[in-house]
Each structure stands twice: as C-alpha cells, then as structure tokens.
Ligand binder design. Structure first.
Ligand code: ATP
Ligand code: FE2
Length: 319
C-alpha cells in the first residue's frame, strides 16, 4: 500500500510518499518564513502556489505514477484555518480525481507516529515541542492523553518571540542556543502549575531585562535553563504517573542539545530510555502524514469527503 501525505498546518507545505512497511519514497517540502512573522492568509497563498509543483516533485522522486497511490492522507488539524483549508481542498481534489480513499490525520499524533517509526521506542511519554505546540503526551488504555501542556504560548513561539524582541533574527532557536554557550545564570520566572507550564511571563521578563542592558548571552543561557527545566520536570512527572520507561522527543525544538541533555540525564536517573526523533522528521513534513494515513487505514479509518472539513482545534486526546 502506498500513501501520499500532505502536510500544511502552518509554515510548511510538505508532501511525502511512504509504503506500508515504512519505506520512504519521497519527502519534499517548501516553507514560508516571512521576516515579520507568519500571516495565515499569506502562508495559505504560498501553499496554494506550491502544491502542484511539490506533487510533481514527489511523484518524480518516488518514480511512480499517480495511479500507483492507494490512499491520500492529509493533515486535517490542528492548525491555521486558511492553511488547513488549502491542504484539505488539494487532498479532496486528488482523492476524487484518482478515486482513492481520503484519510484525515491529526497533526500532533502524526508527529508521534513518525517519531516511533524512526526510533526503537514502543510506548513512550512524548515531549512534542515546536513553534506552535508544547505538550507531554502518552498512551494509556489505548488512547492518547495530554498529561501536561503550555497554558499560553508554545516553547518555540516563546524562543522566537525572545529573538524577535531582541532583534536576533528568525528562527530564534539556533541563535539562542549558540549565545547560551557563553552565558551565565540569572534567576528568571519559573512557572509550572500542576502538570502544565507557562512561558509568556518568562519572555516578558527577558525583554524587560534586555532593555535594561542585561547581556544577551546570559539571557539566552538562563532562558534555556528555566524553560527546559520546566519541560523536563513535567515529563518526569508524567513518567512517574504512568510508570512508563521511555521518553521520546519530537518537534522543531528537539534540535536543541541542552534540552536533549537535560532529558537524557533525567531518564538516566530514573532508569528510563531516551529517544529523539531524527531532525529530518521532527519538524513538519509530508511523510509523517502519509505514515499516519497508513496506520489509520489499517485500522479501517478513512474519511468521507463530507466528513473532511478542517479541524483547527483538533486535540491529540480527542481522536
Ligand atoms: P508545529 O506546526 O508543529 O507547531 P512549527 O511550524 O512551529 O511546528 P517546527 O519545525 O516543528 O515548526 O519548529 C520550529 C521551532 O523550533 C521554531 O520555534 C524554532 O525556533 C525552534 N527551533 C529550531 N531549532 C532550535 C534549537 N536549536 N533550539 C531551540 N529551538 C529550536
Ligand atoms: Fe508540527
């Protein structure tokens, strides 16, 4: 079985093709990163313009004809409505033209599915940290549950906001990680409430200190220490609560070495295994959607055209 997957929840339009054994035939993408931040309608316009070319590229890389595809998978939510609408329309059109079933996929669960395929992990507590999402997720009684999440902005968004407000450029993650290497510790707000956490107070404090002349190296180092300790604390609590013994990190922020280090130390101390999704598949991509499509199809879950409307607020625990 061959699945073509279309991802388009935010900045990135990606098309991937994978077979039911997990062999990747193509993985093409185009990202839209305007200097002043994302405007949903402009990103949607980018996706609409790029979709036909990416489809052609994906088929060419896979060396297949459109009729070889068995299912059309697409990210149905969560995400930015204008972007989701373009993706869904493109997927519906392909499904109708090729007369192949449509499979609507939850973007967050898809990150977990591909991370599991790429690692040896079986039943992990997942830390999904990206520009738009920050959640600690695990499966209990056959259902994904969100054990902890951000109460306001996502970690990646907090990092990018810090970088933007301090004129460091975009995306902020790699820049702040580099600056942090030369920084010293400053005490900053640390907000964990039960199993949830919050970043807006931390960013506000950073920006205030920057204006008062604090060194960017110190702010970067201290931001990472606080923000990542919050994630590590909640992940550890989810491990203890569920008695699981695996942690799996994914999402764009998984690129950060300091976060990886903190999590692996915590896992070592608890006797748990630590897994990280390879970065090529940790950010948004079409392959992950294609793979979740295969898993859904195997469970008999396909999506009728009339049920394929976008789900901008679709949660991983509402599948
Ligand atoms: P989603 O739609 O799942 O929310 P996204 O569109 O935000 O995803 P990703 O590629 O998953 O895209 O994540 C991008 C985020 O990762 C950005 O906020 C960026 O600053 C952050 N990031 C990238 N590299 C690093 C790094 N080395 N350290 C910390 N953060 C990083
Ligand atoms: Fe994502």
């Amino acid at each position: 079985m061959l699945s073509l997957g279309i991802e388009g929840t935010a900045h990135t339009l990606g098309i991937g093709i994978i077979d039911d054994k997990g062999k990747i035939l193509s993985d093409v993408k185009s990202s839209f990163f305007p200097p002043k931040g994302i405007h949903p309608r402009e990103a949607a316009e980018h996706h609409a313009q790029m979709a036909p070319k990416l489809l052609k590229d994906a088929l060419k890389t896979a060396k297949i004809n459109p009729k070889d595809i068995d299912i059309i998978s697409f990210s149905q939510g969560p995400g930015l409505p204008p972007c989701l609408r373009i993706t869904a329309t493109f997927a519906r059109a392909l499904s109708l033209k090729l007369k192949k079933p449509l499979v609507g996929v939850n973007h967050c669960i898809s990150h977990i599915d591909i991370a599991k395929l790429m690692t040896e992990s079986c039943d992990p507590i997942v830390l999904y940290v990206s520009g738009g999402n920050s959640q600690v997720i695990g499966k209990t009684c056959g259902k994904y549950r969100v054990f902890g999440e951000t109460l306001d902005i996502a970690i990646g968004n907090a990092i990018d906001k810090f970088a933007r407000e301090c004129n460091l450029g975009f995306p902020g993650g790699p820049i702040i990680e580099k600056l942090a290497k030369k920084g010293k510790y400053i005490e900053l707000p640390y907000t964990v409430k039960g199993m949830d956490f919050s970043y807006s107070g931390l960013v506000t404090d950073i920006v205030r200190r920057h204006r008062q002349g604090a060194k960017l190296e110190d702010l970067s180092f201290s931001f990472q220490e606080h923000a990542f300790a919050m994630l590590t604390e909640v992940t550890e609590r989810a491990l203890a609560h569920t008695e699981k013994n695996e942690v799996l990190i994914t999402g764009g922020v998984a690129a950060n070495k300091r976060l990886g280090k903190m999590l692996s130390i915590m896992c070592k101390e608890r006797g748990a295994k630590y897994f990280a999704c390879p970065m090529q598949y940790a950010g948004d991509n079409g392959v992950m959607i294609a793979w979740s499509g295969i898993l859904n199809k195997k469970k008999g879950k396909t999506t009728k055209i009339e049920d394929s409307r976008i789900r901008p607020k679709w949660r991983a625990d509402d599948d």
